[in-house]
Design a binder for this molecule. Structure first.
Ligand SMILES: [Zn+2]
Ligand SMILES: [Zn+2]
Length: 343
């Protein structure tokens, strides 16, 4: 079978398309034939050697069809269409009991093998036994279902910021994740402002119903965002970009007592240049959100089912496993919105 794996060059590993034997499903495991797997910004960071987690593997937004069930697997059979969550927390440790499940030591240890950009992959028994595998509703196509993981991460972030109907929210960054936030925010009844430096991306934001869009390269962008929110500033700003500049602008746009959600991953070594006394005096909470859990993935399925056409419109490019290099180029150039690798 064809699979994309990380190269071994230190510093800038890159991707290699390799031929591997089809793995077998051991006890408690599932063997899944991949149908679609989204290319995430973190995959590109891993290729550049910039990702900040240890032992990275590629492709974590995979969905597919169960090809084989390991011994003593209950509740799944061959032919089931599934979303297997790649990381699953233990649910019992200090962090899990305090709602920091994505900080659980087991969370990042569990992963699909050899990764999502592979014709077949194995879901570990740990993930299967702890509810990490969802069956995809019959009326949901597998491409749309490949958005479950990234949308679940957005759901967790919005929950962490307690966004409610009527809130004004700035989404800084109009990539696939920023626009997923925008779609979810509209469903919640929030007023959505989207900022980005790319005009085509802002057009895209309009097409999925953003109430207002702002050019992030305009020096007056912070003031404009505040004005759009009755002059007082937005209740919540979501930084859906790794750019420290987007973060600075978002902080400036938040109202007194509001929240800034750190969602996009800043490159390692990023420093924030901002007057901390302003953060203190304006009583702004900075809320990072990493990953998602089994609490959010079912909510993501519901959100996708409720806004099928908007979410589906985010998927602009599809490539086969062998075309992985072209997929990365399309995603890196900014010409694509969401890029999928399909079987
Ligand atoms: Zn991702
Ligand atoms: Zn735990």
């Amino acid at each position: 079978m064809k699979a994309v794996v990380l190269g071994r060059a230190p510093g800038r590993p890159g991707a290699e398309v390799v031929d591997l034997p089809v793995p077998d499903a051991g006890p408690g495991e599932l063997l899944v034939r991949m149908s679609a797997c989204g290319l995430c910004g973190t995959d590109i960071e891993k290729l550049k050697g910039e990702y900040t987690a240890s032992a990275p593997s590629l492709g974590h937004e995979a969905v597919g069809v169960v090809a084989k069930t390991g011994r003593s697997v209950a509740g799944f059979r061959e032919g089931d269409r599934v979303f297997p969550h790649h990381h699953v927390a233990c649910g019992e440790c200090y962090f899990c009991r305090r709602r920091s499940e994505t900080m659980c030591a087991e969370y990042r240890k569990s992963n699909i093998k050899p990764g999502g950009f592979s014709e077949f992959f194995v879901v570990p028994a740990w993930n299967v036994a702890r509810g990490g595998v969802l069956k995809i509703p019959p009326d949901m196509d597998l491409e749309l279902a490949s958005l479950i993981e990234p949308v679940a991460c957005c759901v967790r972030a919005l929950d962490a910021c307690s966004v409610a109907g009527g809130d004004s929210v700035l989404v800084a960054g109009a990539g696939p994740v920023g626009l997923s936030h925008a779609i979810l925010l509209r469903s919640l009844g929030a007023e959505v402002i989207v900022s980005d430096v790319s005009k085509p991306r802002l057009e895209f934001a309009r097409s999925i119903g953003a109430g207002a869009v702002l050019d992030a390269s305009d020096p007056g962008v912070v003031l404009k965002a505040r004005e759009l929110a009755s002059g007082r500033g937005v209740d919540v700003a979501i930084v859906a970009s790794g750019s420290p500049k987007a973060l600075t602008q978002a902080l400036g746009a938040v109202r007194k007592g509001g929240k800034l959600c750190l969602f996009g991953i800043p490159p390692k070594g990023s420093m924030l240049e901002y007057d901390l006394s302003d953060v203190y005096n304006a009583d702004i909470s900075i809320v990072p959100s990493y990953g998602a859990t089994e609490k959010e993935t079912p909510k993501a399925v519901q959100a996708l089912a409720a806004r099928k056409s908007e979410f589906r419109s985010l998927i602009t490019h599809r490539f086969r496993i062998a075309e992985f290099g072209a997929a990365v180029s399309a995603a890196s150039s900014g010409e694509a919105m969401k890029v999928l690798i399909t079987a």
